[in-house]
Design a protein around this ligand. Structure first.
Ligand code: GLN
Length: 491
């Protein structure tokens, strides 16, 4: 079996029928990951228990038990997910030595279904960023061009996936962090409707926006992974109790009679890179040729999506990150003696040294927006406009099944190009943040390659709980692009 090309189901079937052992699969991916990592910096930590996990799966198979639909499939986990006994840093110095005593529900579900965990993947610190350069462990590099960013914040997940250092990986998406790196690295990245995947055990960034999801080499693998990761969890009060459909089995690439929405506002200002524009137009015309109807829709409030998002995300982050105080867990600054400092000095020194610049910027912005006198004018107001945005999307989805757009205005940019200009970096999220504000499912599917050999993804969004429609359209685009199972080869 060619493990570089195999789907998740193919690997699991081979393991269940003893054609390949979980140990062989694990060693194949682990060797690749360890060999390639020094050049790409996708992993923060490797899980040295991976071989033991694999042996347990093989023993289950030998005993005639079924380890599940991910039997022996090696996964990489973004370092935002708590993993029992395995260091979880959120790419921050403040959690540099944090070893969680429990698994995030999403990780527990993967393990329960037979997955083997290879290690923890690099990212922007606390998932704040669009390039994976804001990491205490150094920037992730783009596997198609080592001078370019991998995209953020799940850059390690996307880069590892593009190089097949793992068979699948997890990411989190607060404002585009699964879709952007997926687009920059040429892999499939999907987030379901807010609430589908439990947030329990995922380090909180902005709780009303955070949603996890898989990064994979195909739409079929994304559908299967979503099925496994989604579901009601009593440990997360916002998790949805709607049943999880059999997305993979029901995949249907036929676009006959499907309505593909084009958001007027996303094409008004120009500013699209010509190759991204061409890819988007090609996607639309090919879907039309396959029988889809292209309809123009309008969501006027998307023009405020960036300010709305950065206000809400920073506010919630400032509150969520207040728990890192050097007292209960994580990093604590060196103090000669605690007898001569007051509590405020204690906090300031620890938090000043433990957090990176971007995280501090967000905490300051968020604390300001939540403070007495400003809360009503900023956080509350943004919440009201957010509700209106959600209603506008509901109206738009009365006219179409999915909305198709670019993921980012241009392919991957150069390392260090935007890091000193936060506003430029924030603008990279122009097409992705509205999805999270409205709680909608969204994904990126590789569709084209630029002249400079950089991948270009297409974004699809669907109405709440309509993941099937999104996955179907993605499958159609994957068929047209001929890029299924793309593996990066620059190294
Ligand atoms: N780039 C956005 C931010 O920095 C989105 C990040 C994310 O989705 N986690 O907040």
């Amino acid at each position: 079996m060619d493990l570089l090309k195999a789907s998740l189901s193919e690997i699991a079937t081979a393991v269940r029928s003893k054609k390949v052992s979980a140990l062989e699969a694990t060693q194949f991916f682990m060797n690749r990951a360890k060999k390639l990592n020094p050049k790409i910096n996708a992993f923060i930590s490797f899980d040295e228990s991976a071989q033991d996990q694999a042996r347990k799966i093989d023993e289950q198979v030998s005993r005639g038990e079924d380890p599940g639909p991910l039997a022996g499939v090696p996964w990489g986990i973004k370092d935002m997910f708590c993993t029992k006994g395995l260091r979880t840093t959120a790419a921050s110095k403040i959690l540099e030595n944090f070893v969680p005593p429990y698994d995030a529900t999403a990780v527990a579900l993967l393990k329960k279904n037979g997955a083997v965990i290879l290690g923890k993947l690099n990212q922007d610190e606390f998932a704040m960023g669009s390039s994976s350069e804001n990491s205490h462990f150094g920037a992730v590099k783009n596997p198609w061009n080592l001078n370019c960013v991998a995209g953020g914040s799940s850059g390690g997940s996307a880069a590892a996936q593009a190089l097949r250092m793992v068979a699948a990986s997890t990411g989190t998406d607060t404002g585009g962090s699964i879709r952007q790196p997926a687009s920059f690295c040429g892999v499939v990245g999907a987030k379901p409707t807010y609430g589908r995947i439990s947030r329990y055990g995922i380090i909180a960034y902005a709780s009303s926006l955070d949603q996890a999801g898989p990064l994979t080499n195909s739409v079929e693998d994304a559908a299967l992974s979503l099925e496994i990761m989604c579901g009601k969890d009593i440990k997360d009060g916002t998790s949805s109790s709607l049943p999880v459909p059999s997305w993979k089995k029901n995949l249907n690439p036929s676009m006959r009679g499907r309505k593909i929405g084009v958001l007027k506002e996303y094409f008004q200002d120009g500013g699209l890179h010509p190759e991204v524009q061409a890819a988007t137009e090609k996607a639309l015309s090919e879907l039309k040729q396959q029988g889809a109807e292209i309809v123009e829709v309008s969501v006027p409030l998307t023009k405020y999506a960036i300010p709305m998002y950065y206000l809400i995300a920073a506010s919630e982050a400032s509150s969520n990150l207040s728990r890192y105080d050097g007292v209960r867990f994580g990093f604590r600054s060196e103090f000669k003696s605690l007898a001569h400092i007051n509590l405020s000095e204690f906090y300031s020194k620890t938090r000043g040294e433990g957090f990176g610049a971007e995280v501090k910027r967000r905490i300051m912005l968020g604390t300001y927006c939540l403070s007495a006198g400003y809360y009503e004018a900023f956080y509350n107001k943004a919440g009201q406009v957010r509700r209106m945005l959600r209603d506008e999307f509901s109206l738009a989805f009365e006219k179409c099944d999915v909305i198709l757009s670019p993921v980012t205005a241009a392919p991957a940019f150069k390392l260090n190009e935007r890091i000193s200009d936060p506003l430029q970096m924030y603008l990279n999220d122009i097409f992705t943040v509205a999805t999270n504000l409205a709680g909608l499912p969204g994904m990126s599917v590789p569709f084209a390659t630029s002249k400079e050999r950089l991948p270009i993804g297409i974004q699809l969004m669907a109405n709440h709980f309509q993941e099937q429609k999104m996955l179907d359209a993605a499958l159609a685009l994957e068929g047209i692009s001929g890029l299924k199972g793309l593996v990066a080869d620059v190294l």
